[in-house]
Design a protein around this ligand. Structure first.
Ligand code: HEC
Ligand code: HEC
Ligand code: HEC
Ligand code: HEC
Ligand code: HEC
Ligand code: HEC
Ligand code: HEC
Length: 402
């Protein structure tokens, strides 16, 4: 009798121990098997590694899903049909310039520019479109690989006319232009130039990260991903930049590196060496040049213009993020922008009848105080039409206009 109880007791004890061990083993194996080494897709000049931006989705799904709809994410891509805005239809796929005729062709889901000079050697050249530059808000340019060398094609797409045009600043005879880091730096996350100066146009094709993704603004994040995969309970972000700790100038610089127009003169490292948190004046000279008050172009100098505005000069904290959410596509969300004006401008002061008009806080502030102005560079003269068709851009010189 006693033995029987003992046996039952022992069996029960063994089973319990097995169960506890089983639960312990199961929990731990989940923890260890959950950790997967992130795949490295390129290495920055400072030695830190980039991972694919889908990696961020695992823990930042909301930000990831809204970011992929932005002009930043879509500002460069491979040449799939859905990314190319220009038409390949028979009646709209030609561009006839003074010295060269261009024809755009689609063959088996690949896209080409066929160029035929009108003088001298008139043999044709067929170049494949490999990379699309521009989300298409105003236009797109197209790049082509010649082995490891990257060139910009002559035909670009111009949104206001929905047609093919000669690429900005190209002559009207046949030309392909070399694409170096100074062109790519604002439209891709990373490119590995064969010469570290970034002046040549030879690249390691497998190390090109298209689109402006998370790591263009937050820095290469391999260590951050490894840390948080290994420490799923951690709630504070580690090994990643923290915009909240930045000074106003650092926050501005993180955007100004690409939004100061094209006049920024390069002084340090490779054009991709600047990362958020760095001080732009150490990498680039005269990037705050504002001589473009009248001469705005498609590579709009938002930084220079904003910094000349009364709002900016008189508000110690204003930066780009006062009005822009870096993870959202906010195009044409005028109510959002107008409400930002009223966070600083007292409704009582705005609500008044002046000599010329009723000024009230229901109005579209942006339409009068940040008007659309024609671009000086992105404009087009149609052959039989003397009028120039420009692209319009939103000036960031906030002020009183007629
Ligand atoms: C395994 C989970 C995980 C992955 C993968 C991950 N993160 Fe994070 N990240 C976190 C956690 C946890 C925090 C801290 C909480 C928060 O701010 O959301 C964080 C915070 C951040 C912050 C804010 C830091 C701060 O202090 O302001 C940034 C920026 C960031 N992550 C970028 C990225 C990027 C870019 C990627 C992809 C390359 C990425 N993260 C992938 C878990 C992850
Ligand atoms: C690596 C360069 C780069 C950085 C850094 C950058 N931008 Fe941009 N930004 C671009 C380019 C290129 C475009 C044009 C995208 C397109 O339409 O193809 C753009 C477009 C925009 C637009 C227009 C979006 C639209 O819907 O048309 C806004 C707003 C903007 N950027 C704000 C910012 C802010 C704010 C920051 C800083 C947090 C920033 N950008 C940092 C390169 C950059
Ligand atoms: C200093 C940063 C910078 C450089 C360098 C630069 N871009 Fe841009 N680019 C921008 C920004 C910012 C915008 C968006 C301008 C705006 O809306 O004000 C833009 C817009 C464009 C657009 C129109 C995009 C759209 O969706 O409407 C095209 C096309 C373009 N760039 C092509 C190029 C090409 C080709 C080169 C190289 C020869 C180049 N860019 C060099 C920053 C740059
Ligand atoms: C154009 C630059 C830019 C890009 C691209 C970008 N971010 Fe950010 N991100 C910022 C800035 C600027 C802040 C700080 C916002 C602030 O302080 O108001 C920020 C803040 C964050 C934060 C912390 C605060 C928050 O909003 O939760 C996380 C996490 C983050 N980013 C993750 C990502 C991930 C993941 C991606 C890609 C899917 C991404 N970011 C793409 C500029 C960018
Ligand atoms: C961060 C706070 C802030 C924000 C946001 C802001 N402003 Fe201002 N703004 C100011 C300050 C400060 C001045 C200086 C005059 C004053 O004190 O009223 C000013 C001046 C102005 C002026 C007079 C300009 C001149 O040249 O005399 C106009 C017009 C104006 N703002 C319109 C706007 C509009 C429109 C918006 C939204 C797109 C806006 N502001 C957003 C702070 C701001
Ligand atoms: C129809 C065009 C128009 C709209 C819309 C408009 N404004 Fe104005 N605003 C003006 C003009 C013109 C002046 C200068 C003459 C005056 O004071 O009426 C002005 C002056 C100002 C000033 C100068 C400083 C002051 O108080 O005298 C501020 C600030 C301002 N506006 C803010 C705003 C804000 C915020 C909104 C949106 C709620 C807005 N405006 C909407 C045309 C406009
Ligand atoms: C006072 C608010 C405010 C501030 C501050 C601000 N912006 Fe804007 N930004 C706007 C508005 C409003 C638009 C127009 C949006 C639209 O038309 O959809 C705009 C549009 C843009 C565009 C698209 C331009 C175009 O014409 O297509 C870019 C690029 C941009 N902003 C960059 C920046 C950068 C970079 C900074 C900081 C240097 C900045 N913005 C600061 C309000 C602001």
């Amino acid at each position: 009798m006693n033995n029987k109880i003992n046996l039952k007791y022992i069996i029960f004890l063994i089973l319990s121990l097995l169960l506890i061990y089983g639960i312990w083993y199961f929990n731990n194996s989940i923890k260890t098997s959950k950790y997967i080494e992130p795949e490295i897709i390129a290495t920055h000049y400072n030695g830190s590694n980039f991972v694919a931006s889908e990696t961020c989705m695992e823990c930042h799904a909301d930000i990831y899903n809204s970011h992929i709809k932005t002009a930043h994410f879509n500002t460069s891509s491979t040449a799939e049909k859905e990314h190319i805005k220009g038409s390949f239809k028979v009646d709209s796929n030609e561009l006839n310039l003074k010295g060269v005729k261009l024809k755009m062709l689609e063959e088996n889901n690949e896209y080409f520019q066929v160029s035929q000079p009108k003088f001298g050697d008139v043999s044709t050249t067929k170049s494949k479109i490999d990379i699309v530059v521009g989300s298409g808000v105003k236009g797109q340019s197209y790049l082509s690989w010649q082995d490891e060398d990257l060139i910009q094609l002559q035909a670009s797409y111009f949104q206001p006319t929905s047609s093919w045009v000669n690429s900005p600043n190209f002559p009207d005879y046949s030309l392909n232009r070399k694409v170096d880091d100074n062109c790519l730096k604002c439209h891709v996350t990373f490119a590995k130039n064969k010469s570290e100066s970034g002046i040549g146009n030879s690249y390691d094709r497998s190390k090109m990260i298209l689109g402006i993704d998370c790591q263009r603004c937050h820095g290469p994040s391999e260590k951050h991903v490894i840390y948080h995969r290994k420490n799923p309970e951690a709630i504070k972000g580690e090994f990643v930049d923290n915009y909240e700790s930045y000074s106003r100038q650092q926050r501005l610089d993180a955007c100004a590196v690409c939004h100061s127009g094209l006049q920024g003169q390069h002084v340090k490292g490779n054009p991709f060496s600047f990362l958020a948190g760095d001080t732009l004046s150490l990498y680039s000279k005269n990037y705050k040049n504002v001589n473009s008050k009248i001469k705005l172009d498609v590579h709009g100098n938002q930084m220079g213009l904003l910094s000349e505005s009364e709002c900016f000069v008189n508000s110690p904290k204003m930066d780009c993020l006062t009005c822009h959410d870096p993870h959202k596509n906010q195009r044409a969300e005028m109510n959002t922008f107008n409400s930002k004006c009223l966070t600083c401008h007292d409704s009582n002061k705005v609500n008044r009848i002046t000599e010329n008009h009723i000024h009230d806080n229901q109005q579209n502030c942006v339409s009068c105080h940040m008007p659309l102005v024609p671009s000086e560079v992105m404009k087009l003269k149609l052959e039989n039409d003397s009028e120039e068709i420009p692209v319009y851009i939103r000036t960031h010189l906030i002020g009183i206009y007629n």
